[in-house]
Design a binder for this molecule. Structure first.
Ligand SMILES: [Zn+2]
Ligand SMILES: [Zn+2]
Length: 127
C-alpha cells in the first residue's frame, strides 16, 4: 500500500462515521497537504475494489465510505445525511433467506429517519 492509500484507509477505518470523499479529502490533506483530490478519489475506489472498505451510494447525495466491508443495514437521517450502522438484523435476514432458493451474496439495506439531533424537539419529521 502506498503512503497515500494507507493514510486514506486509516481515516476511513479510524471512526465509525460514514464519511464522504470530500470529508476524507479534508482530513487527509490536514496530514498530507500535498495530497490531490484526484488521488483521494482514486485511492478510495481502489480500496473499495479490493474489498477493504465499502462504498455506500446515497440517493441525491454524495456516496459515503464505510470501514465495514461486509453487508450490514444502515439508518440514515433524511435531513443531515448522518449514517449509522444498525445491528445486523439476523432474524430478518434469516426469514428472507428461508424464502429464497439460492443463497444471497450480499445486500444493501437502508432505513430512513430524522435523527434526534435534527428532530431537536421539533414537531415535524414524523415518518
Ligand atoms: Zn440528522
Ligand atoms: Zn456502515
Amino acid at each position: 500500500m502506498t503512503r497515500q492509500r494507507q493514510l486514506i484507509y486509516g481515516i476511513v477505518t479510524a471512526a465509525p462515521e460514514h464519511r464522504t470523499a470530500e470529508e476524507i479529502y479534508d482530513l487527509a490533506r490536514a496530514q498530507m497537504p500535498s495530497l490531490a483530490r484526484g488521488t483521494v478519489y482514486r485511492n478510495l475506489g481502489l480500496l473499495v475494489q479490493e474489498g477493504l472498505i465499502r462504498k455506500l451510494e446515497m440517493p441525491d447525495a454524495p456516496a459515503r465510505y464505510d470501514r465495514e466491508p461486509r453487508s450490514h443495514p444502515h439508518l440514515i437521517c433524511q435531513r443531515c445525511g448522518r449514517v449509522e450502522d444498525l445491528a445486523a438484523s439476523e432474524q430478518l435476514l434469516a426469514s428472507i433467506r428461508a424464502e429464497l432458493p439460492v443463497p444471497i451474496t450480499g445486500y444493501d439495506l437502508k432505513l430512513y429517519h430524522i435523527c434526534p439531533a435534527c428532530r431537536g424537539g421539533g414537531k415535524d419529521g414524523i415518518a
